[in-house]
Ligand binder design. Structure first.
Ligand SMILES: [Zn+2]
Length: 718
């Protein structure tokens, strides 16, 4: 793919530019050197190809995507190689499959620096580069920022609790992504490369109004209609800037969404066309609109862009240039490799991979499948029986071998030495989780295990409907039948925790850690429950014996570790952990509050005024970030009280009590501050309120006496 081919493309592009009528007379842009074209890459997350009108005559959701398609070369049979966000974008931006770059799943993997990205390549060819992404799986932490001068990933990370996977860690709506992208775009002189990623169609499906109401029965479609409207703005601004004829536009999706097909609700478990068929439109000056039916895939984008822009193709690319297809010619059929390995890496389920060759699609797993896509694009009739499966497996192995590289193994589990070193400096001694199984039977297949995973999700719905006994029964039944269904451990322990049965939760989680050592969700819940039940040493030991990549970007676990270290009397370790949490996400009120409490404790023990000031600043930051956070107002009030700033203390404590009347001790400090300010009636009221709470009952005799004395001092008789 290197050498002689590199230079040959330039005359071809010029040739096309000169002969096509669409390109004639549109000003100087089209006549300029091809290397000066801008590139706009738009990727829509979780976009089913059949929701686009241009690809499915039944859909009217997407007038703007259809408008773009009508002026583009439309690839009606384009496929992703992976049904997950980070791997798919790595495939696009590196022009190679996971066999080469080693990024097989979100979260546990990162794109290593030695690989050349499209952004680096275009930057090296004098393009200004900017990326604007909408969802956490593409956070710069995971390495796709390489080559982008601006990489805008400003979404909030997880606030607390835990969902299933990294997807819920943070996102922002398309309009917000586009707002930031647009201001960057308007400041550019050509040439530029801008990548926009809209995350909205990803679950949960919750489109803004008016789409929420209009698509109340089908909110997934509502997300797509909303995203389409924002895309309309993008196209309008491109026209307004006069950049239509100087910009190549590549529009695609990273993967689809199953919406219940094949027993899969979302994506990532299976590799049917519901998630692997993706849109691909390329609009470039000089190329007439047409529809291409040959199989193409994400790795073809990078070489095609090189040819359109007239720059050389790097040797690492595994796809083919689609330029001949865009000019109405054919190219050689190539097998399209695909894989769905998230369940393998996170739960130890059997690996699932395969390839599409012409109209045949082979899916390898303990129960192999073969489909004839000409008659059965929806993959409902497995015709693998009676065929030579061994031959298909051999072909698959050969494809993987031909696409592999030395670097692929290293991408796994964040083997970034700097990150690991940082973990060690924070007292993180553990090894990587594992080991994984190497032989699998039908009982390990995704097809066999996914129904159990789905039942574990349904059990949570039962619990939400106020049926805890049924939910617990259903989850225990799942774990009786299968030991490797992470959602069953996580959901059962969540219910136990909510039902104040922490010991039962821990028993379940310990079994889960044993059975699924590679699963971060179980590991996280285990640490939280151990901490909450006061088993601090065990919580710290569970944390320190395993080096999960996810801890590097999970601010919440560092908050718990900070609390645990503080409970062990390790103020320095606690502060370092809270720093770590805030370095990952500086918007967490919870962490500020906890760090402030450690500073305040140091102040009380040492009298250091610096610690007092730090505590005050942290508490103020916490209430600023979350004005409904009653414990932080309480702590702030106590800190003011301690310093004799009684008027400020009264304000904070009244606010705390207005948010949460159950903060017993707030009554004591409030009453005491009021007494200091001479407001005896108020003081008497709050102090007697405090005396009636269980917190008073728990005090030492000496402390009780101090309360009683204060009540006497403020009493009506005095
Ligand atoms: Zn995605």
């Amino acid at each position: 793919m290197t050498g002689a081919l590199k230079k040959a493309v330039v005359p071809l592009v010029l040739d096309v530019l000169l002969i096509l009528p669409a390109a004639a007379g549109r000003g100087p842009a089209t006549a300029g050197p091809p290397g000066r074209l801008n590139l706009l890459l738009i990727t829509i997350d979780t976009l089913r190809a059949d929701r686009i009108g241009a690809l499915s005559s039944g859909s009217s959701l997407t007038p703007h995507m259809d408008r773009l398609a009508s002026r583009s070369v439309v690839f009606s049979r384009a496929f992703a190689h992976t049904p997950m966000t980070l791997p798919s974008h790595a495939n696009i931006l590196l022009g190679a499959t996971p066999s080469f770059h080693g990024v097989h799943d979100n979260a546990d993997f990162m794109v290593r620096g030695e690989f050349l990205t499209l952004a680096e390549h275009l930057r090296d060819h004098d393009h200004a580069t900017g990326a604007f992404v909408g969802g956490f799986p593409l956070d710069s932490y995971f390495g796709l920022d390489q080559g982008f001068a601006v990489y805008d990933d400003a979404f909030r990370k997880r606030e607390g609790g835990i969902g299933d996977g990294a997807a819920d860690l943070g996102e922002r709506p398309a309009a917000e992504v586009w707002r930031v992208a647009q201001s960057w775009l308007r400041a550019q002189k050509t040439p530029w490369f801008m990548w926009i990623h809209f995350y909205d169609p990803h679950d949960p499906y919750d489109p803004p109004e008016p789409y929420r109401t209009r698509f109340a029965r089908n909110p997934y479609d509502g997300e797509i209609a909303y995203t389409d409207a924002v895309l309309g703005d993008v196209l309008d601004v491109l026209r307004e800037l006069g950049a239509e004829e100087t910009t190549a536009v590549v529009f695609t999706g990273d993967h689809g969404e199953s919406l219940g097909e094949h027993g899969e609700d979302t994506h990532g478990f299976l590799a049917y066309n519901a998630t692997m068929w993706i849109p691909l439109f390329i609009r470039a000056p000089g190329f007439a609109p047409r529809v291409v039916g040959q199989n193409v895939s994400h790795i073809d984008i990078f070489p095609t862009v090189c040819d359109i822009l007239g720059i050389e193709r790097p040797g690492s690319l595994q796809g083919a240039s689609l330029l001949p297809l865009m000019r109405g010619k054919k190219i050689a059929e190539r097998p399209v490799y695909f894989e769905a390995l998230s369940p393998y890496y996170t739960m130890g389920w059997a690996p699932l991979s395969g390839f599409i060759d012409g109209q045949r699609k082979f899916i390898d797993s303990p129960v192999p499948e073969l489909y004839d896509l000409r008659q059965d694009f929806g993959e409902t009739r497995n015709v693998a029986g009676g065929t030579n499966v061994a031959a298909f497996r051999k072909t698959l192995e050969a494809i993987v071998r031909s696409q592999s590289s030395e670097g692929s193994v290293k991408a796994e589990r964040v083997a970034d030495p700097a990150a690991l070193e940082k973990l060690r400096s924070l007292g993180y001694l553990g090894g990587l989780p594992g080991p994984r199984k190497t032989s699998f039977g039908p009982e390990d297949s995704v097809a066999s295990l996914l129904p159990f995973q789905n039942r574990a999700t349904k059990a949570m719905e039962l619990y939400g409907q106020g049926k805890p006994a049924e939910a617990i029964g259903a989850l225990r039944e799942i774990l009786g039948a299968r030991k490797n269904v992470s959602a069953a451990y996580v959901n059962l322990s969540t219910i136990y925790r909510k039902e104040h049965r922490l010991d039962d939760a821990i028993t379940v989680l310990r079994a889960g850690v044993e059975a699924m050592p590679e699963n971060y969700e179980i590991h996280f819940q285990d640490i939280v429950c151990l901490y909450e039940s006061g088993r601090i040493d065990e919580a710290l030991s569970a944390f320190e014996t395993k080096a999960f990549a996810q801890t590097e970007f999970d601010p919440v676990i560092w908050n718990y570790i900070g609390l645990a270290r503080w409970k062990k009397g390790d103020a320095a370790g606690a502060l370092a952990s809270f720093e770590k949490s805030l370095a990952i996400d500086d918007g967490l009120a919870l962490t500020y509050h906890n760090r402030g409490t450690v500073h305040f404790d140091v102040f009380r023990r040492t009298g250091r005024s610096g610690s007092y000031e730090k505590a005050l600043a942290d508490y103020q930051k916490a209430v600023g970030l979350d004005p409904a956070y009653s414990p932080a107002y309480f702590s702030l009030g106590v800190a003011y009280f301690q310093a004799g700033r009684y008027a400020l203390a009264i304000g904070s404590l009244e606010k705390a009590l207005s948010l949460d009347a159950g903060l017993d001790e707030a009554h004591f400090f409030l009453g005491s501050a009021q007494l200091k300010m001479g407001d005896k009636p108020s003081a008497y009221r709050h102090l007697t309120l405090f005396k009636a709470t269980p917190s008073y009952e728990g005090l030492s005799p000496a402390a009780k006496k101090r309360v009683d004395d204060a009540i006497l001092a403020s009493g009506p008789g005095r």
